[in-house]
Design a protein around this ligand. Structure first.
Ligand code: GRF
Length: 221
């Protein structure tokens, strides 16, 4: 890995399949990224194993060990600062974040969300897509700001909703696309092609009017 590879920290709460996708892309030389730390708020998160296998330092910072959200977030922030991560990647980190925390990392913290934002912020996105009768859905990566799933959207991938789909089948089909989206989008960061301006995303120095769309060939349009 190059000396100046982008330093990133990944925050997880569970399976960590997106963390695994990043680790695999780095191992395959498809992504230039130095994952300097993984933070989990749960000691039993299966994803911790992926980090350990790749010899990435892991910090388990249990929210249940802190009296309130503020103090837990402060401990996580301290660890992230110590790690010297330039980019903070929330990949299945199932915590609502305090305003102080989002402000601290504004412009360099991104979140992966399983819907075409601004549609379906929050939880249970698959059932809400199905109930609405939408013929497509997808995943989004956005800069994290104080509002839940509300920061400027950087990139999206779309999949069709098919007859007979249920929440499980949608989730299963979206998963691999999320992995592609996260890897490709972090790749843009590692090439320093994405920047943040209050309420806007800059791609190669220009404000984008709509999210970058991931194509089948792995590029964006
Ligand atoms: C993904 O579906 C992501 O969109 C959501 O949480 C899930 C994380 O999955 N924020 P995993 O832990 O990376 O497997």
């Amino acid at each position: 890995m190059k000396q100046d590879a982008l330093k990133a920290a990944v925050l997880i709460s569970g399976t960590g399949s997106n963390l695994k996708a990043l680790i695999s892309a780095v191992a395959a030389n498809a992504l230039e990224l130095d994952i300097v730390r993984v933070v989990s708020n749960r000691a039993d998160a299966a994803g911790i194993h992926h980090a350990e296998t790749a010899a990435i330092p892991v910090s388990v910072i249990r929210h249940t060990d802190y009296p309130d959200r503020q103090s837990h977030d402060a401990a996580v922030a301290e660890t992230l600062k110590e790690s010297r991560a330039e980019l903070i990647i929330l990949a299945g980190y199932m915590r609502i974040l305090s305003e102080d925390f989002t402000r601290e990392f504004e412009g360099r913290m991104i979140n992966l969300h399983p819907s075409l934002l601004p549609l379906y912020k929050g939880l249970d996105t698959y059932n809400r897509v199905l109930q609405s009768g939408d013929d497509k859905t997808g995943a989004s990566i956005h800069f994290v700001t104080a509002g839940l799933d509300s920061g400027p959207v950087i990139s999206q991938v779309t999949i069709p909703v098919k007859p007979g789909d249920d929440a499980d089948s949608l989730k299963e089909r979206l998963g691999p696309q999320e992995h592609r989206l996260l890897t490709a989008t972090v790749g843009l960061f590692s090439k320093r092609e994405i920047d943040y301006r209050k309420d806007a995303v800059l791609y190669r120095g220009r404000v984008i009017k709509r999210p970058l769309k991931l194509q089948d060939d792995g590029g964006f349009s």
